[in-house]
Design a protein around this ligand. Structure first.
Ligand code: ADP
Ligand code: MG
Ligand code: MG
Length: 199
């Protein structure tokens, strides 16, 4: 079973990996976006870490709802509301339980990814974070590590895709040949989950 502390560790690990990879995420957002994805997420997850540290919520659901709300209020770019919705919806699905099972978390994340698809109107194949998230959540029934690997493969699979949503879609054919920054960060977030789940 996973308690609030586990979810705080996940968000802390996510903040750390975003900090390490911020420059690369911004570089990926340069040819097919506006070169701010790394700085957007760095601002957001720094605020998440501060919010969770200031008043640590007592349940898994409350940790994710606070993290999601913080991303929505601190990140101006598209990724803020999208990741914010992912975490908030996942947290709401977890309810008020003090501990949740891996199966409950898997189902909650599935609902969270569905909320991202609904908010952004994107589907797998559109060259967005959903290409990593959908693949990652589908593999969660195997293991957290398998999920992280599937998300990573999902992110790499965006390279030959034509972007149909978000800023990259304005480029049309010229979006082909570049890895999507949001799919890349989504794989990092699921990688952080695998790291904390395995320790
Ligand atoms: P912005 O594009 O507003 O500058 P970011 O650079 O932080 O925001 O995030 C860009 C990422 O957001 C993209 O790489 C893509 O993965 C994701 N994204 C953009 N629009 C959508 C959408 N409609 N659905 C899902 N993901 C999206
Ligand atoms: Mg951007
Ligand atoms: Mg922007």
């Amino acid at each position: 079973m996973r308690d609030a502390e586990f979810f705080r560790r996940w968000m802390t690990a996510a903040a750390a990996v975003v900090e390490r990879e911020a420059d690369r995420l911004t570089e990926l957002d340069s040819p097919i976006g506006d070169a701010d994805h790394g700085s957007n997420l760095l601002r957001g997850f720094t605020a998440v870490r501060a919010a969770l540290g200031a008043e640590p919520p007592g349940t898994p659901g409350a940790v994710l709802v606070l993290a999601g709300r913080t991303l929505i209020s601190t990140v101006g770019g598209a990724s803020g509301p999208l990741y914010g919705t992912l975490l908030r919806r996942t947290g709401k699905e977890l309810g008020e339980a003090a501990e949740v099972s891996d199966e409950e978390l898997r189902k909650a994340l599935y609902a969270g990814v569905g909320a991202v698809a609904q908010l952004g109107g994107a589907a797998p194949g559109d060259k967005t974070m959903l290409d990593a998230l959908v693949a990652g959540v589908a593999a969660l029934s195997t293991s957290y590590r398998a999920s992280a690997d599937a998300a990573e493969n999902g992110a790499r699979a965006t390279v030959p895709m034509l972007a149909r949503k978000g800023r990259a879609s304005y480029l049309g054919e010229r979006s082909i040949g570049h890895q999507d920054p949001g799919a890349t960060s989504a794989a990092l977030l699921l990688g952080a989950l695998a790291d904390v789940a395995d320790t």
